[in-house]
Design a protein around this ligand. Structure first.
Ligand SMILES: NC(=O)c1ccc[n+]([C@@H]2O[C@H](COP(=O)([O-])OP(=O)(O)OC[C@H]3O[C@@H](n4cnc5c(N)ncnc54)[C@H](O)[C@@H]3O)[C@@H](O)[C@H]2O)c1
Length: 366
């Protein structure tokens, strides 16, 4: 098979679908790989690295889209790329179709075989190709939070760890899933005084076993959230109700009791956010202030660290990409149930329930 990767054209997107290391794997499996010129530079991968791995470089995206049997990307195709979609082409990338009717219709019409990273699902319900980005966002939330507590960034001027003789910052994490666990790991490491809340007692028990008296676990009742947030210097919101908007657990009424310049990192912003004043921001203007509280709510946090994110993403996506390339889509999805769930559009028909529901499309089971 010919595997192709193009440069991402979404604003401020520096990740790339394939690393040189993944290229080597595809080639070792007997495939050819073609890469658009400079596709990897935003993640620190030069054309020479891809050539050394065995890929061929093409000067334009058009050539790569035309020649490839499977395009491996990061973000969904934008309108400028719709013209490249065609019958039988395999498209393997994040798609988030339920929020994008134009793209859904373009993929259906063109009969592009579309496999979405975010719907590949293991039997325990976990999403292996979404997980690495939650790991990145969780860890980054602690770093960004600590940064915006600094006075030059408008913060209250508290050093997250304190120093001997001076109290540590109080950090509160709402949600103990992948984002929450990773924020916790960082904040404990940075020396904060951390409280983590969740409604899932099994997760809290596990964290209690791991961290013991280094952390405080709390059941996520509104009473506990309110008490914890009022004395927080840094709040990380990491809740998820699968398939639904994030609950508005962090009330504006709590802000008046917080120290001015305290920070809320609303990682759940991509699901609508967890504060009553939630609005998405971008890396060029990542924060806004309400009632003296700094809100950081960038919806694509991993984009700030494209090299780490690209490599982490490849670690998760390579395995399924190789299955598609080695066996062809039909045999691959019969052999692997998780990958089957990743197929959203198959021969011009919608095969993902959430997407079909969103746009009233007939659902075809694979
Ligand atoms: N902004 C970004 O760049 C970015 C990147 C990655 C993930 N995210 C978002 O971060 C959020 C968390 O992702 P995740 O991968 O950790 O999900 P996850 O499913 O692993 O964890 C979510 C956790 O929220 C908990 N939860 C649900 N309701 C709660 C409540 N009322 N109070 C406390 N906890 C509650 C769940 O029990 C679960 O432990 C999602 O909205 C995800 O889309 C954002």
């Amino acid at each position: 098979m010919i595997i192709g990767t193009v440069k991402e054209i979404k604003n401020l997107e520096f990740r790339v679908g394939l690393t040189p290391s993944s290229v080597k794997e595809y080639i070792a499996h007997g495939h050819q790989v073609i890469i658009e010129q400079n596709a990897g530079v935003g993640s620190g991968f030069e054309d020479a690295h891809y050539v050394a791995a065995g890929a061929k470089i093409y000067p334009t995206a058009q050539e790569v889209w035309k020649l490839a049997d499977m395009i491996v990307k990061v973000k969904e195709p934008l309108e400028a790329e719709f013209g490249y979609l065609k019958e039988g082409l395999l498209l393997y990338t994040y798609l988030h179709l339920a929020a994008n009717e134009d793209l859904t219709r373009a993929l259906l019409k063109s009969k592009t075989q579309s496999i979405a990273y975010e719907t590949i699902e293991l039997e325990d319900g976990s999403l292996p190709c979404l997980k690495p980005m939650s790991e990145v966002a969780g860890r980054l939330s602690a770093i960004e939070g600590a940064k915006y507590l600094e006075k030059p960034f408008g913060g209250s001027g508290i050093l997250i760890s304190g120093v001997p003789g001076v109290t540590k910052a109080n950090a509160v994490i709402v949600g103990a899933g992948v984002v929450g666990e990773n924020a916790l790991k960082m904040l404990v490491g940075m020396g904060a005084n951390v409280t983590i809340l969740d409604i899932n007692l099994r997760k809290l028990t596990l964290l209690d076993d791991i961290y013991g008296n280094q952390i405080q676990t709390l059941y996520s009742s509104s009473d506990n959230i309110e008490k914890a947030i009022k004395s927080a210097d840094l709040v990380v919101s990491a809740v998820l109700l699968p398939g639904a908007k994030a609950p508005k657990l962090i009330k504006r009424a709590y802000y008046k009791d917080m120290r001015p310049g305290s920070v809320i990192v609303d990682v759940a912003i991509d699901q609508g956010g967890s504060t009553e004043v939630a609005k998405a921001t971008y890396h060029d203007h990542p924060t806004y202030v309400v009632d003296g509280i700094i809100h950081y709510s960038v919806a694509n946090m991993p984009g700030a660290v494209p090299r780490t994110s690209t490599i982490a993403l490849n670690n998760a996506t390579l395995k399924y990409g190789l299955m598609i390339a080695d066996y062809g889509l039909d045999i691959a999805i019969n052999r692997n149930k998780a990958l089957k769930k990743g197929v959203n559009i198959y021969h011009g028909q919608c095969t993902c329930e959430g997407v079909c529901e969103a746009f009233n499309l007939a659902h075809i089971s694979l």
